[in-house]
Write a protein that binds this ligand. Sequence first.
Ligand code: ATP
Length: 351
Amino acid sequence: MLEFQHVDAGYPGQNRQILKNISFRIIQGEFITILGNSGSGKTTLLKLVNRLISPAGGRILFKGGDIAQGTPEQLRKNMGYVIQQAGLFPHMTVAENIAVLPKVLKWNKNTINARVDELLSMTKLPSDKEFKNRHPWQLSGGQQQRVGIARALCTDPDILLMDEPFGALDAVTRKELQQELKQLHHTFGKTILFVTHDRQEAIDLGDRVMVLNDGEISQFDTPRRLIMCPANEAIRNLFHADTALKKLSYFKVSDFADLLKEEQDGGARSVEWDMPMETVLDCMLQGQERVLVYREGIYMGSFRHRDLIQADGYTENQADRYTENQADGYIDDQSDDYTNNQERGQTGEMV
Ligand SMILES: Nc1ncnc2c1ncn2[C@@H]1O[C@H](COP(=O)(O)OP(=O)(O)OP(=O)(O)O)[C@@H](O)[C@H]1O
């Protein structure tokens, strides 16, 4: 879906490079979070994708074609863009804000109205006339952000670029919108690039997390590998991944799906797929040798104590493989495995 090949970038009038030799590849349907300190180049990277700025060196491919060919407008039809505080036009109503791009593209009125209604319902907003006629200042922060997402989805783009979309929201609304975005991603399978400062948000949402540091990628990996096999001391510290127990607190049961065994009998305690992994450990600390896992009432398998103990060592063993991939700057073989995992409905280890 998207590939950076040795991309450098800076801003006019500045002689320093903001992004240096960035290479990566993202496959269709992946949810990628981009995590890094202020000034590390996260926004710059997003702006390169939709041609708000151009690379100083290297190439960017979108669906196999160089984005430098064709016009930026053609490209942006296929890329929804959501920014912090939604960036809604203050003088336009909710409906007008959502329909900006379809109007430019000269869709007919009925099609636009139907699409606006569809998107309001998709983003869990009211679709009555009164709401559609409100202006952004008459909406809560969460509602504004929902309208921003609806606008970005309006032309059914292949990829969503989201720059700290939930950064200005209170913790409760933020969690709610994170859940809904995950659900939207699950339902519609869009490729998403999501910039955040917040490491918990990065690992909760991302299939893979790109950690940027001073314009370079320090690690681009699944949340699990980022925590279990940090590429350097800074990333280890970022996730405070010093004890096995602390590491597990970052995960859900589903993140360990690949360790589930099929045996049915023997486990008296059961947990749900979406529960924190710590729940499984709690059961085991209370003497449970095996814990059964259910997903919406369907039996998924069970964890055995010794498999979990081995999990830590298992991921450590993959560190060498990871280092080789980093040296290439690509993740080709992982992408294939990732796709296989997706097909099997697994979210666990990719290698
Ligand atoms: N239009 C611009 N002109 C010149 N320099 C810029 C411009 N925009 C950003 N920069 C510089 O580029 C660097 C990276 O900025 P960028 O906005 O990509 O970082 P970021 O990681 O998104 O930061 P934040 O999390 O604070 O938004 C910073 O040093 C910033 O000062």
